[in-house]
Design a protein around this ligand. Structure first.
Ligand SMILES: C[S@@+](CC[C@H](N)C(=O)[O-])C[C@H]1O[C@@H](n2cnc3c(N)ncnc32)[C@H](O)[C@@H]1O
Length: 449
């Protein structure tokens, strides 16, 4: 293998520098599970449900400080969670990451929890080589990024870069799993000079992939197939390198499982939407035996916490999300008032256009759909102000749940790492880009031993 120039993407201290000895995944997953489970009382209760959360009694100073935060302060603190910083150099262990003392001030207690979260979820950056370094120093032609939004392009470059050290190890073809229009595979094909197969179930996306490949001069083929069926898995085998970027839960799990079973030369997966992985009786079913032994019970909503961040959401999306939260909260408060109960009644999934209505009309429309009781008469603007306030408070107290987002995501990654190891594969794992490019920046690389 030639001596490729190594490059670490976005070298901005995203994650904690790793010490020399890193405990094996099988050990770490158990420690992390124990830490997450020990703190269940902090991350399990959801703030929109009750006026007071059980942990507020234990940390009154923390609760009071959080309740007083403005929207901007909440945003800032939230952005600091999820692998965004950290200067610890010790390997985490959960021993160092106990809950803060009760007497700690609000900001101190929060900082301690956030530091513990960073510490237990510390990961190294994956080794990377720039695509242009491999393709004779030429930067990728503009055609390759045709129709690719800027941040997606950064993600793709970073992901291709971590695959580069593997190309020469007997790879005969790259399979791009759940490819969409194939932007990722196209860049990999261009930089590696290997043929690429884009696999997806959407014909129109594959047709676009084919067109774009031709225009960029990349040797690409397409395969329309359901990634969850055996027909698609035939594409794996010795000599095959497979890329799975943000294929949701079960789709990437199929890539890892079937790619390993069929002896693929290498597999690289960055998963998202872990809650779309296989469930059993409504609970997350760990992929690995070691994961199962951790006995960390997580229902679908709790697994979803791992991806519940909005670090890179556009301001328009954030505003829409705030409005939705305020509308739902306002409706819920009216329902509580009408029924004299103090429990949350979910209005369930609602079409986005309802949230564009004035609040009074929204309430009428939701009441008609759900038959949930509302007061016979109410002042819609006052009810909306109350909803906004409840939503702000929910977000503020929800910062405590946010602390557990990244540890949970790392635990889910470790479960996949352990599964690959149990299948007899060698695995490295870590971050492939800065979280401001995508918060789903964790990936694993699996090769035969
Ligand atoms: C979130 S996109 C990711 C696309 C691409 N990997 C990327 O990072 O831009 C998910 C893709 O998975 C495809 N997909 C969803 N379910 C699938 C299935 N069962 N079989 C094959 N492809 C599927 C969708 O058509 C879509 O193109």
């Amino acid at each position: 293998m030639p001596a490729f120039p190594l490059l670490y993407y976005h070298n901005q201290g995203i994650n904690v520098p790793m010490p020399d000895s890193i405990p094996p995944a099988a050990e770490r997953i158990q420690q992390l599970a124990a830490w997450i489970d020990d703190h269940r009382h902090l991350w399990e209760p959801r703030a929109f449900i009750a006026e007071r959360l059980p942990w507020e009694k234990e940390w009154p100073l923390l609760a009071e400080w959080l309740r007083g935060l403005s929207d901007d302060e909440i945003d800032r603190l939230d952005a600091g969670l999820g692998g965004m910083g950290g200067s610890e150099t010790r390997f985490p262990t959960t021993r160092d990451a106990g809950p803060p003392p009760r007497a700690a001030s609000g900001p101190d207690a929060f900082a301690m929890l956030a530091a513990a979260s960073r510490s237990v979820s510390a990961l190294p950056r994956l080794r990377a080589v720039t695509p242009s370094a491999l393709a004779g120093q030429a930067p990728p032609p503009r055609l390759l990024r045709h129709q690719v939004p800027a941040r997606k392009w950064s993600q793709i470059q970073a992901f291709v870069s971590v695959s580069a050290p593997l190309w020469r190890s007997g790879t005969t073809r790259i399979v791009e799993w759940c490819s969409g229009k194939g932007h990722l595979g196209r860049l990999a094909g261009w930089a590696s000079d290997l043929p690429v197969l884009h696999l997806d179930r959407q014909k129109a996306l594959l047709a676009a992939a084919e067109r774009l490949d031709r225009a960029a001069g990349v040797t690409g083929t397409i395969r329309e197939a359901d990634a969850l069926t055996a027909g698609a898995w035939e594409e794996f085998g010795p000599g095959i390198g497979a890329l799975g970027l943000h294929a949701c839960g079960a789709l990437n799990d199929a890539l890892l499982e079937e790619g390993a079973r069929r002896g693929a030369a290498w597999l690289i997966a960055a998963t998202c939407c872990y809650h779309k992985s296989q469930l059993q009786d409504g609970f997350y079913l760990p992929r690995s035996n070691t994961g199962r032994r951790c006995d960390l019970r997580l229902d679908k909503h709790q697994v979803r916490l791992a991806i519940y961040d909005e670090v890179v959401a556009r301001p328009r999306m954030r505003r829409a999300r705030r409005r939705e939260m305020a509308y739902r909260a306002g409706f819920d408060l009216l329902h509580r008032q009408a029924t004299g109960t103090d429990s949350y009644a979910s209005a369930g999934p609602l079409p986005p256009q309802l949230f564009r209505l004035p609040f009074g009309e929204f309430c009428a429309a939701v009441q008609e759909r759900t038959q949930l009781e509302l007061p016979a008469a109410f002042d819609a603007s006052q009810a909306l102000v109350a909803g906004e306030e409840w939503a702000r408070r929910t977000r503020a107290l929800g910062l405590i749940r946010g602390v557990f987002r990244r540890p949970l995501e790392v635990w889910l990654l470790l479960d996949r790492v352990c599964r690959q190891e149990e299948a007899g594969r060698k695995v490295v794992f870590g971050t492939f880009c800065h979280p401001c490019v995508t918060p789903r920046n964790l990936a694993l690389i699996s090769t035969p031993t």
